[in-house]
Design a protein around this ligand. Structure first.
Ligand SMILES: *[C@@H]1O[C@H](CO)[C@@H](O)[C@H](O)[C@H]1NC(C)=O
Ligand SMILES: *[C@@H]1O[C@H](CO)[C@@H](O)[C@H](O)[C@H]1NC(C)=O
Ligand SMILES: *[C@@H]1O[C@H](CO)[C@@H](O)[C@H](O)[C@H]1NC(C)=O
Ligand SMILES: *[C@@H]1O[C@H](CO)[C@@H](O)[C@H](O)[C@H]1NC(C)=O
Ligand SMILES: *[C@@H]1O[C@H](CO)[C@@H](O)[C@H](O)[C@H]1NC(C)=O
Ligand SMILES: *[C@@H]1O[C@H](CO)[C@@H](O)[C@H](O)[C@H]1NC(C)=O
Ligand SMILES: *[C@@H]1O[C@H](CO)[C@@H](O)[C@H](O)[C@H]1NC(C)=O
Ligand SMILES: *[C@@H]1O[C@H](CO)[C@@H](O)[C@H](O)[C@H]1NC(C)=O
Ligand SMILES: *[C@@H]1O[C@H](CO)[C@@H](O)[C@H](O)[C@H]1NC(C)=O
Ligand SMILES: *[C@@H]1O[C@H](CO)[C@@H](O)[C@H](O)[C@H]1NC(C)=O
Ligand SMILES: *[C@@H]1O[C@H](CO)[C@@H](O)[C@H](O)[C@H]1NC(C)=O
Length: 539
């Protein structure tokens, strides 16, 4: 009896080895509507990766000596002529009995396969998919059109929602086959497109995940993506192209005008929604550009910058409702929100100055691809020619043709809520790419349906932080950890702990972020300590 028990213990403690990491010992997953076309495995040992900056919700880190079983599963949807690659990475030792789906960015359903590594390093079984659309975050040119004039609706559906669900179904089956047990808990982690994918899972496939980290979500994709093209359209129509140093000068002026509103003068606008700094007030000021030339801040530059901060508006000031029924927090003729003051212009209002001083605008690649491939359905269409009237009709077209496919903005989270799943969104207020107000609006709409929203969905805004990181503000330490504690232990994330990636005012700062609509307000004491802040209704 005693011997038998020892034997059982011995078997259980045997580390998994290369025998288990073989296609023969893994049952072929089943997915209704898809046909598995291959399953291959590789034993990866001594894997190493340097991640120099905060990314995918995790801090900078170096990974080394990692061993895992890499399983590639390809599938096709008969009739669609597509090939989707899913990868499942399974830690060989110390599996934490959890499963995590990893999201993508831009037009990528997974940012690159290496983004699975930090999860595996922490003991998770991780899965990602290329959705059959390849690996180019900036452009859909390679796959969007089945032929000129015809969007490949199958691939768009893959990218928008289908592949994320299928990779989850596949990943869970492989986990069970490999380890002999299904995962105890399943989580989603993604930012930007990955955030949208997470919201989509909560909306459409509420059983897939017990917890979802949906950061800086690309919610209302088909509405804010046209809005991303607004700065380019404004510059072309005003025939005025400010240099990057002029944009930076306006940002610096906004920061000094609005820095104190949050109670702390630290170079970060904590309350950008209350910053109404008007760039007209700095017209005539002179400053040095990065090439040491002297620049005068002009009226034309002020106008362009004000229009960018305002966000897209209807052509003739007519109520936006005549174009589409947008969020109620948008005023009269607003089609979508603008980026907030303090956010870097160089993403959406990118200009380039030649040595002779002439400056040209470059469109933001992702929105430009959206206009060409999905709105014009012509990969070589010239988006620089779009005037305000055409911008408005393309905005409307984008909503009408794509909302049901990729809007991912359904506020009905009933089934997700009912089964006790939890979701955390966080986003930088200085996000240069996705307007934070769209995220707040999504939360507001969820909250208007479920008065107990805070019991299952919380949104945290991070002052001074850019898109999925970047910027100057403090970044969340461990969002997935906070989510797990909520899901598994019922520990409500009253705040999110953060650490700045670099010094703010000379020192690394910690600040506790508060769940929207609450704000993280400086109380007293040393601004580098999170205990010096409190959650308040307003600044
Ligand atoms: C999985 O696919 C990736 C990308 O195509 C490839 O580099 C890797 O070798 C494949 N691994 C297996 C086990 O087939
Ligand atoms: C990663 O390693 C590099 C040198 O190999 C080092 O400069 C860097 O500080 C390390 N990063 C972290 C987060 O440890
Ligand atoms: C299927 O896709 C392949 C490669 O992506 C392409 O070469 C082929 O023409 C397609 N077949 C059909 C029937 O569309
Ligand atoms: C905006 O980003 C660009 C590119 O990273 C950088 O050169 C510039 O200094 C940033 N501007 C501000 C105001 O932070
Ligand atoms: C920033 O540094 C300056 C100069 O050292 C100091 O006067 C100020 O109080 C600091 N502000 C914060 C928020 O730490
Ligand atoms: C945008 O968001 C900011 C910050 O949360 C808020 O103060 C502001 O009122 C919002 N603006 C709109 C138009 O909703
Ligand atoms: C600008 O001037 C500084 C010194 O004032 C010099 O170091 C730098 O090289 C100059 N930059 C350019 C682009 O000329
Ligand atoms: C800027 O434009 C306003 C009105 O359009 C005008 O009153 C003002 O004189 C202009 N300022 C400069 C410096 O050109
Ligand atoms: C400046 O240089 C660029 C690139 O060579 C050229 O396209 C442009 O026409 C020039 N502009 C002027 C005003 O000479
Ligand atoms: C596609 O765009 C190109 C470049 O603007 C244009 O020449 C062509 O006529 C367009 N095709 C159609 C069908 O509109
Ligand atoms: C749950 O609570 C236990 C006991 O406090 C703790 O050890 C564990 O780390 C918590 N789990 C998570 C996922 O935070």
């Amino acid at each position: 009896m005693k011997l038998l028990l020892l034997h059982l213990l011995y078997v259980q403690a045997t580390p998994l080895n290369s025998t288990q990491c073989s296609a023969n010992s893994i049952a072929t997953p089943q997915v209704y509507g898809a046909e598995i076309t291959s399953l291959t495995t590789a034993l990866v040992t001594n894997y190493a990766l340097e991640i120099p900056t905060f990314s995918n919700n995790w801090p900078a880190q170096n990974i080394s000596g990692l061993s895992f079983c890499q399983i590639n599963v390809t599938l096709t949807h008969p009739g669609a002529n597509d090939t989707v690659l899913n990868q499942v990475w399974l830690p060989l030792e110390a599996w934490n009995e959890r499963f995590v789906g990893i999201g993508g960015g831009g037009y990528e359903a997974v940012s690159n396969w290496d983004t699975l590594a930090p999860a595996v390093q922490r003991g998770y079984a991780a899965v990602g998919t290329d959705a059959g659309v390849g690996m180019n975050p900036n452009s859909a040119d390679a796959w969007a059109l089945a032929s000129p004039g015809n969007v490949n609706q199958y691939l768009l559906l893959n990218f928008a929602s289908r592949s994320v669900h299928e990779m989850t179904v596949i990943g869970k089956q492989i986990v069970e086959s490999f380890y002999g047990n299904p995962p105890k808990y399943s989580y989603w982690q993604g930012c930007s497109t990955g955030g949208r994918q997470g919201l989509g899972e909560a909306q459409n496939y509420p059983d897939d995940y017990d917890g979802i980290v949906a950061s800086a979500p690309a919610v209302n994709w088909n509405d804010f993506t046209p809005a991303q093209q607004w700065p380019f359209t404004v510059m072309n129509n005003e025939r005025h192209f400010p240099r990057q140093c002029e944009f930076d000068y306006a940002t610096a002026a906004a920061v000094s005008a609005c820095d104190a509103i949050d109670g702390l003068v630290d170079g970060i606008i904590g309350a950008p929604g209350r910053c109404f700094f008007d760039p007209v007030t700095i017209v005539g000021q002179t400053f040095e550009c990065d090439d040491n030339s002297t620049v005068v801040f002009s009226n034309d530059t002020a106008k362009v910058i004000r229009m960018i901060w305002d966000g897209p508006r209807t052509e003739d000031g007519a109520p936006a409702a005549q174009v589409w029924k947008g969020p109620t927090t948008l005023d009269g003729d607003s089609l979508w929100y603008g980026i907030l003051r303090g956010a870097n212009f160089s993403t959406l209002a990118l200009t380039f100055t030649w040595p002779n001083g002439s400056t040209v605008a470059q469109p933001f690649a992702i929105s430009d691809s959206w206009f060409r491939d999905f709105l014009y359905k012509n990969a070589s269409a010239d988006t620089a020619k779009i005037d305000y009237s055409e911008f408005q009709s393309l905005f409307q077209k984008s909503h009408q043709q794509y909302d049901s496919v990729i809007g991912t903005s359904d506020a009905n989270l009933g089934p997700f809520r009912k089964r006790g799943a939890k979701m955390i969104t966080w986003q930088g207020l200085a996000d240069s790419t996705i307007m934070p107000n769209g995220t707040a609006n999504y939360y507001d709409r969820v909250n208007s349906i479920y008065p107990d929203t805070q019991d299952f969905y919380r949104v945290f805004f991070a002052p001074g932080v850019g898109h999925c990181g970047n910027g100057y503000g403090p970044l969340p330490d461990d969002v997935l950890g906070a989510l797990r504690d909520w899901v598994e232990n019922g520990t409500v994330p009253e705040t999110l702990a953060t650490t700045s990636a670099s010094a703010i005012n000379g020192t690394i700062r910690h600040q506790a972020l508060c769940p929207y609509p609450a704000v993280s307000k400086y109380k007293n004491g040393d601004p580098i300590m999170s205990t010096s802040y409190e959650c308040a209704n307003e600044f």
